[in-house]
Design a protein around this ligand. Sequence first.
Ligand SMILES: [Ca+2]
Ligand SMILES: [Ca+2]
Length: 477
Amino acid sequence: MLKRCMTAVVLGMWMAAGGMVADAYAAKPNILLISIDDLNDWVGVLGGHPQAKTPNIDRLAREGVLFANAHCQAPVCTPSRASLVLSKYPTSTRLYFLTPHIHQVEDVRGKTTLVQRFAKEGYKTVGVGKVYGGAEARYFQIYGGNFGGFGPRPAKKLSYPMGHPLWDWGAFPENDSLMPDVKIADWAVKQLQEKHDQPFFLAVGFYRPHVPMYAPRKWFDMHPLEKIELPKTLDTDRDDLSQYAKDLTFGYPAPRHEWFVQNNQWKHAVQAYLASSTFVDHCVGMVVDALRTSRYRDNTIVVLFSDHGWHLGEKQRWAKRSLWEDATRVPMIVAAPGCKKGGVSPRPVGLIDIFPTLLELCGLKPDGELEGQSLVPLLRKPDADWQKPALTTFGPNNHAVRSTRWRYIRYSDGSEELYDHEKDPHEWHNLAGKKEYARVIEEHRKWLPKTNPPVLERFDSYGLDAYRKAEKGRKAK
Ligand SMILES: [Ca+2]
Ligand SMILES: [Ca+2]
């Protein structure tokens, strides 16, 4: 099948070159990597929320393979993106939390990251917006900037009066043209309209639906407040969690769930998240539409992903920084020329697998240091046998193992959770204490990392307090 994919690519190029392969680069497909910040499974084709409106992502999924059981390797921006571009688990890099970044850690900064590998292979590497999640310009030959990143903010907060300056939501600013994500899309569109003499690796990183959840009024109007449905929750959901789990995942730097409920903001925030997601989907559409009408249409691999999920009240908590499905499941699509269209893979995969997949799709030599595995067998047959589960880590010795059916979590104090996704898609009922599941747990346990190097203490990461509190509680036991 890979041969067939590649044959189609080469044939397409051969015909485009008037029957002659123009040069050594001609056989190599271009790459368009689209990154979205903090988008969970509230995407039409993933069904995470019945009111999600993401027509452009849905269309892209129909043109490629949708990985419907894809997970981040760390449930927070920087380490998730680091894991993706290095194809290494947090337990190999010690990049567990928001800081440090790749270039700040001696053992890691010499490694060749995804984009740099393609530069070595003769690709022109071009980036814009948030891709690596910090020091972007170091990694691209041409970097277009972030155009204001998280975007303009109103003079006075619209919804959430206290706390972090980014935590706010509402209809703002007036026009799409004031949104950094639109400028980022525009910049990327221009790249696709240009003539490139080498194969290119174009990485486009959008900022919404990351807080502040501002988008112009029209995107809110597509999700009328009075019709907003809240996510399904169980009031007693936390009762079967260990104290360690609660300390680790409820000490996050965001408003408490109780605040949303008491201040009548839950629906507003759900509306803002849906509006921000529909808005960013529009930006994705701008770029993918430009590709479809460009000379690169038939020889470009498109990969779309989000860096982690997001809670909106599930388990009575908000945002990222947990080992549950809400924080680990991500949209992930691979659309490669000549390959299967409209496939949906139920197999557990990770963002860590993108790097080796792109190498194989481009006919490049595999890199034995990469810890992900190529997804080309699933691009061929989306439900092919697949042994390896997806692994997510949140601090040393805190891991979730996601197989096709189960989620197994083990925290550093030894406490465990097990959820059966066939019967309990919301992960309400922790089965870990029940004897009849001992064998399932045993099977999942063997995938836990064998080593858990400690946090690099000299980097005082935002949001690390919760981990420290949980560890303090464990040691006091
Ligand atoms: Ca993020
Ligand atoms: Ca529960």
